[in-house]
Design a protein around this ligand. Structure first.
Ligand code: ATP
Length: 320
C-alpha cells in the first residue's frame, strides 16, 4: 500500500481531528502517503482532496470538529455517485480508504467496497455511541462531558431558585448521552427512547422530593424520547409546578476532546492504518474491554448496540 485516503462523514465529533492526526502520522511513519478528502463523501465525489504531510496535522490534537470538514451526501447513496468517487480515488492513486463517521457512513463505505473493491476501513466517530462492536465511539465522551458541564451550571441556578429543570440532550434513537450524563449529573429522572416512561411516575417522584425539602430537581430527556418542552407542559398540567426547559442543542458536540476521546482516536486511527497495511478491507475498528478490535463492516451496521439499561435502574436508586 503506497497511498491511502481519509475522510470524515456524518455529524462531527470531537476527537475526529485526533484520529486524522493518528492516521496521517502512522501512515507516514510506515512510508505511506496520505490524501485528505474534504467534506466527506460529497468532497470525494467532487474530487476535493489534497495530499497531507506531518505539518498538515500539527496543532489539531486538541481541537474539536474536523479539519477535513464533514457532510451528508445523498449522491453517494447512488451507484453513479460512488463511481464518480471511485474515479477520483483512482486518479489520486488512492489504494485504501479510511472513513471516520457513524453507522450511515459505514453503510456507505461497505456499499462503496462492494461496488468497486477499494479496501475501506471504518473508524467509529459519532457522539451518539450507537455503533455495534465498540464500547465507545470517538466524540461520545467529550459530548457527555459537555452535557455534564451544562448540568452542573444549571444545577446552581436550579438550587438558588428552587426549581425543576428539564434538560433536553441529543439522541434521536439512542439514549446513551442522556443516560450517561443523567447518571453523572445526578438527574432525578432520565427519559430515553429505548424505555417507555410514565409521566405520572416522574411527577410523583418530583412531588415526593418537594415534600422532603429538595431544593431542585433535574430531568434529563433525550430528544428522541420526548420534547423537553412537552415534558415541561405535562408536568405543569399534572402538578401545577412550573419548570424551566433548556435545550442544549449543538453545544454538546464541540470543544476540545477529552483525554479518553484523544486516546481512543489515536489508537483507532493507528489500527485502521495497520489493517490496510495488513491487506484487510471492509472492516470497522472498535474498542472492546480496552483492546482495539475489528469487525466486518456489515456486522457493525446490521447489529444494534444494546444500551446498558442497568444504568437507568442505578440512576433511579441513587436519585430516590
Ligand atoms: P451520525 O451518527 O453522526 O449521524 P452517520 O455516519 O450515521 O453519522 P449519516 O448521515 O447517516 O451519518 O451518513 C453519512 C453519509 O453516509 C450520508 O450522507 C451518505 O452520504 C452516506 N450513506 C449513508 N447511508 C448510505 C447507504 N445506505 N449507501 C451509501 N451511502 C450511505
Amino acid at each position: 500500500m503506497q497511498r491511502i485516503g481519509i475522510l470524515t462523514s456524518g455529524g462531527d465529533a470531537s476527537g475526529m481531528n485526533s484520529a486524522i492526526r493518528a492516521v496521517v502520522r502512522k501512515a507516514i511513519y510506515h512510508g505511506i502517503e496520505v490524501v485528505g478528502i474534504n467534506r466527506g463523501y460529497s468532497g470525494f465525489i467532487d474530487g476535493d482532496m489534497q495530499s497531507m504531510n506531518l505539518g498538515s496535522v500539527a496543532d489539531i490534537i486538541h481541537r474539536g470538529g474536523t479539519i477535513l470538514r464533514t457532510a451528508r451526501s445523498r449522491e453517494f447513496a447512488t451507484s453513479e455517485g460512488k463511481t464518480k468517487a471511485y474515479k477520483n480515488a483512482v486518479q489520486a492513486g488512492i489504494q485504501g480508504l479510511i472513513v471516520i463517521g457513524g453507522d450511515g457512513s459505514f453503510r456507505g463505505a461497505a456499499d462503496f467496497y462492494e461496488q468497486h473493491q477499494l479496501p475501506v476501513i471504518g473508524v467509529p466517530g459519532t457522539i451518539d455511541n450507537d455503533i455495534f462492536g465498540t464500547d465507545y465511539s470517538i466524540g461520545f465522551d467529550t459530548a457527555v462531558n459537555n452535557v455534564v458541564d451544562a448540568i452542573n451550571k444549571i444545577r446552581d441556578t436550579a438550587t438558588s431558585h428552587e426549581r425543576t429543570f428539564i434538560i433536553e440532550v441529543m439522541g434521536r434513537d439512542c439514549g446513551a448521552i442522556a443516560l450517561t450524563a443523567g447518571l453523572a449529573g445526578g438527574a432525578e429522572s432520565i427519559i430515553i427512547p429505548e424505555v417507555p416512561f410514565d409521566i405520572k411516575e416522574i411527577c410523583a417522584k418530583l412531588m415526593r422530593g418537594v415534600k422532603r425539602g429538595k431544593l431542585h430537581s433535574m430531568i434529563v430527556v433525550a430528544e428522541g424520547a420526548a420534547g423537553g418542552l412537552k415534558v415541561g407542559q405535562d408536568i405543569k398540567t399534572l402538578t401545577g409546578t412550573d419548570t424551566k426547559v433548556t435545550i442544549l442543542g449543538h453545544l454538546q458536540r464541540g470543544g476540545s476532546p477529552t483525554v479518553l476521546d484523544r486516546v481512543l482516536a489515536a489508537r483507532m486511527g493507528a489500527k485502521a492504518v495497520e489493517l490496510l497495511m495488513d491487506g484487510q478491507a471492509n472492516k470497522a475498528v472498535g474498542m472492546h474491554c480496552e483492546k482495539i478490535v475489528s469487525y466486518e463492516l456489515e456486522t457493525v451496521f446490521k447489529n444494534k448496540k444494546e444500551l446498558n439499561i442497568d444504568i437507568l435502574e442505578l440512576a433511579k436508586i441513587l436519585s430516590i
